[in-house]
Design a protein around this ligand. Structure first.
Ligand code: B12
Length: 441
């Protein structure tokens, strides 16, 4: 029997690391169990909320450790592997995820094998090779996967209390949802757009579109969550929560509606028509997060978002008319911002009245166009202090964010903001949002 532990890092930079679920880990463990049955003992080693210095004491001995590496977790995962090699020298470490795909050479020095691209087929090869003592350094998936052929992720690798949570469905605009048991889901993979600030190197290479699970599989997953976990509400983590094509959206929303669940999701501002908004509402949608990003058209164009500020105005209005709570996802510090971005941003919020605003400070992550071609975006300097690439603040009441990049004094769109000005702009809007009860933190 092979003991396999998928390690989920502490995520100590998040205010509440249990608001999201470790979908990659759950998904790969489910697939492994389905394929290898009782030849393996799959474990999710969940370090969320555990202090980094005590993490090792929480990790049982395994033959194989799996890691999905995000940039913010890289330093933590590196030191965990080092510690584990001292305790359990025979164990192998396999890693995939966006940071590994972006830095394969450096990652190959830390981990025994790397998974480049999607992992469904590679992880089966890894286990077979391990049993034959023929582990390769790199496993690369060079074509896209049909996600509907694989099982939806089972939540049994976590305690029920980590899966079914109260507070996830709470609305700002309406009472009555606070006590619902909620969880998160991921029904799709990928995104057809190429925003310059978004990192998806593991997905973009072989598939430029979005793949949704079949309506039948989505329905089965929701029914499983209702039956096994008493789930009443779902927070969908998909990039584009409602499919763009009307035909797909209809069968998708019908499948969700048939389960009687309430749900919230996130989406772009250019895909929502009054008809789709009504259908979503009838299918149980109570809130939508909208990728508005900026109220500066120059900034939106610079980051290749392919939307107009007008789209955001229109969509906020449509959703309000349909009784769906609106959450505006906005970023300050983007390339292209004018000097009066704070005023313009606040004016937009006053005018359009979103129910909540999720404000981020722009961060430059590897795997993005901004990172690989900073000059194009008026950026003169990007450092690799990965622990500072957190885009949402508010963990501590008085935390002052720090940046890993700097704009030129003179940029293609005019005078660049200094680091101090960027942070001040962010804090000014965040403070106003908090005062008005519009901030989610
Ligand atoms: C859902 C999601 C989340 C969920 C679940 C995360 C999780 N651990 O599963 C939550 C809400 C918790 C989350 C949180 C964060 N996320 Co997130 N998230 C996503 C999203 C939308 C989908 C990821 C996912 O679960 N896909 C489904 C799984 C099955 O696919 P996958 O992860 O791509 O994995 C496949 C392959 O890559 C490969 N694989 C990957 N790792 C491994 C490891 C092994 C061992 C194997 C065999 C295979 C393998 O196999 C999988 C199957 O093919 C992506 C964007 C995207 N579309 O990819 C961002 C994304 C991964 N997130 C990102 C970020 C930045 C974060 C946060 C840091 C944000 C924040 N500051 O709050 C936190 C980190 C918290 C944490 N440590 O988990 C960035 C990462 C960029 C980077 N360079 O690091 C992404 C790429 C978004 C972006 N475009 O910038 N996230």
């Amino acid at each position: 029997m092979l003991n396999i532990g998928f390690i989920n890092p502490s995520s100590d930079y998040l205010k509440d690391p249990f608001r999201g679920d470790p979908h990659t880990q759950l998904y790969i463990l489910t697939e492994l169990e389905e394929h290898f049955g009782n030849k393996i003992n799959p474990l999710l080693i969940d370090l969320r909320g555990i202090k980094r210095e005590f993490a090792i004491q929480h990790i049982p001995e395994c033959d194989l450790y799996l890691h999905s590496v995000y940039t913010l977790d890289y330093n933590e995962q590196k030191s965990l592997v080092k510690g584990l090699r001292e305790y359990y020298p025979k164990a192998k470490h396999i890693a995939g995820g966006p940071h590994v795909v972006e830095f394969p050479e450096e990652s190959a020095k830390i981990f025994d094998s790397l998974i480049i691209g999607e992992g469904e087929e590679s992880i089966i090869d890894v286990l077979n090779d391990l049993q034959n003592s023929d582990l390769k350094k790199v496993y690369e998936q060079k074509s896209k996967i049909d996600i509907s052929l694989y099982p939806f992720s089972r939540r049994k690798y976590l305690p029920k209390s980590a899966t079914a949570k109260k507070g996830l469905m709470t609305l700002k605009s309406k009472k009555g949802y606070e006590e619902l048991l909620g969880t998160t889901t991921l029904f799709s993979r990928g995104c057809p757009f190429n925003c310059a600030f978004c990192a998806m190197p593991n997905l973009k290479q072989f598939d430029k579109g979005t793949r949704y699970n079949s309506p039948g599989k989505i329905k089965d997953e929701i029914e499983y969550l209702k039956k096994e976990y008493d789930i009443q509400g779902i927070n969908m983590l998909d990039e584009i929560g409602i499919p763009f094509s009307k035909e797909k959206a209809i069968s998708y929303l019908e499948a969700i509606a048939s389960t009687g669940i309430v749900w919230r999701a996130q989406t772009r501002v250019d895909g929502i028509t009054p008809e789709i908004a009504k259908m979503a509402k009838d299918a149980g949608c109570i809130a939508l997060g909208l990728g508005i990003e900026s109220v500066s058209q120059t900034a939106l164009d610079m980051i290749n978002k392919k939307i107009q500020v007008e789209d955001a105005r229109r969509t906020l209005k449509i959703l309000k008319e349909n009784g769906i709570e609106t959450r505006a996802y906005m970023i300050l510090g983007l390339p292209g911002e004018p000097r009066d971005i704070v005023k313009q941003t606040w004016d937009f919020i006053e005018e359009t009245q979103p129910d909540l605003v999720y404000l981020s400070l722009f961060t430059v992550r590897p795997g993005t166009e901004v990172y690989s071609n900073p000059k194009k975006f008026g950026i003169k300097n990007v450092n690799t202090d990965w622990d500072k690439t957190m885009h949402l603040f508010g963990r501590y009441d008085n935390e002052i964010p720090t940046l890993t990049f700097e704009y030129e004094n003179e940029t293609p769109w005019g005078k660049g903001f200094t680091q101090r000005e960027l942070v001040n702009n962010y804090i000014e809007i965040q403070t106003k949002l908090r005062e008005r009860g519009l901030s989610h933190i």
